[in-house]
Design a protein around this ligand. Structure first.
Ligand code: ADP
Length: 339
């Protein structure tokens, strides 16, 4: 029996706990012990309130007692916030086991995030994508019904502009979808080459010529990563640094690449308009724009988030309104990882 228990309890992905009818720990698996950093013998026989002080005042505690009394299983989702790692969402299944209860806790952070994004997408697409279409339809109707032919040219120019806006949003969405879906491929990275390619592709932007670019590349090892993802990250960060530059003279964008903890660190710093502090936590969300002056679809940083995640890295933001913004991307070296 204990071999079977071991095979089941210790191989499932969930955290498993069994309580007696007084809510004392009867059994737990290693996944649970890892989350609280305690040894098995330190926990078995303890009351739940000794391990989670204050739980007796929460609706969750009442819910556990209800399951013990009624035998009716329940599940609840719980969100915990880690100061630097963000939100974690757990789905807790509670069911009767003997006279007590069993609990299976599953990490559904990714699932929750995907559902939230799908909801945002459905909501936003009915606004952002429909608005240019409605304008196009309105203008087309005006052009058809207009007897004064001189204005037709104006209507068609507007139709073109709106259709281009829509095309831009749909292209960005396609880029994001392919970044999430496509297989990662590993190349030896030449940072000078990538930065030049990105700068060339942005050279047509308004304001590009007024920006002073500075690059410092100091990488003392061969660095391997997915070139397309890395390019997309730099493209979106530089695009923003140019779009959100200050009107004052001497606008700069600094790109600093250095070796960091076996991988690399890329800093993209500007002295632009900056981001209001209380909006910074939303900056990587789908369709999010932090300013009225936003000139894009609000998908750039969302794409960056997924590209960084796919490369196994992380990104941080440091920004001050009216002073500037620094995005720092930390990426592992794919070759070293594989050895
Ligand atoms: P957008 O397509 O609107 O630029 P992003 O996802 O790239 O969307 O960025 C989200 C928002 O974050 C932008 O609308 C802008 O308000 C803010 N932002 C991003 N980068 C910068 C930056 N370097 N300086 C100031 N604001 C920025």
């Amino acid at each position: 029996m204990s071999e079977l228990r071991e095979a089941f309890f210790e191989q499932v992905g969930e955290v498993l706990i069994i309580f007696d009818k007084e809510l004392r720990f009867v059994d737990v698996n290693q996944n649970f012990l890892k989350t609280i950093n305690l040894k098995r013998e330190e926990i078995i026989g303890k009351h739940i309130t000794q391990v989670s002080p204050g739980i007796e005042d929460t609706p969750r505690y009442q819910l556990y007692l209800n399951v013990i009394q009624t035998g009716e299983p329940v599940f609840l989702d719980e969100t915990r916030t880690h100061p630097s790692l963000g939100n974690f969402v757990s789905r807790i299944n509670v069911f009767k086991v003997g006279e007590g209860i069993g609990m299976a806790i599953q990490d559904i952070t990714d699932l929750k995030e995907a559902v939230d994004e799908l909801e945002t997408f459905i909501y936003k697409s009915s606004h952002d994508l429909r608005s240019p279409i409605s304008t196009i339809l309105g203008l087309a109707n005006l052009a058809i019904s207009d007897i004064n032919r001189d204005t037709t040219d104006f209507y068609f120019k507007m139709v073109k502009k709106k259709a281009e806006e829509l095309d831009f949003i749909l292209n960005q969405l396609m880029e994001t979808a392919s970044i999430r879906k496509d297989e990662k491929t590993v190349h030896l990275i030449d940072f000078n080459e990538i930065i030049n390619e990105v700068k060339n592709s942005l050279a047509h932007m308004n304001g590009f010529k007024e920006v002073r670019f500075e690059e410092h590349i100091d990488v003392d090892q061969r660095f391997y990563s997915d070139k397309r993802l890395l390019k997309s990250i730099l493209q979106n960060l530089l695009d923003n640094a140019i779009k959100y530059k200050h009107d004052h003279a001497d606008a700069f964008v600094k790109i600093i690449v250095s070796t960091n903890d076996g991988g690399i660190k890329i800093e993209v710093a500007d002295n632009g308009i900056g981001i209001i502090e209380n909006l910074q936590e939303n900056i990587f969300n789908m369709f999010f724009r932090a300013t009225e002056k936003a000139k894009g679809a609000g998908l750039g940083l969302y794409t960056v988030k997924y590209a960084v995640r796919k490369l196994g890295g992380r990104i941080t933001l440091n920004s001050k309104q009216n002073e500037g913004t620094v995005f720092t991307v930390y990426l592992p070296n794919e070759k070293i990882h594989k050895c």
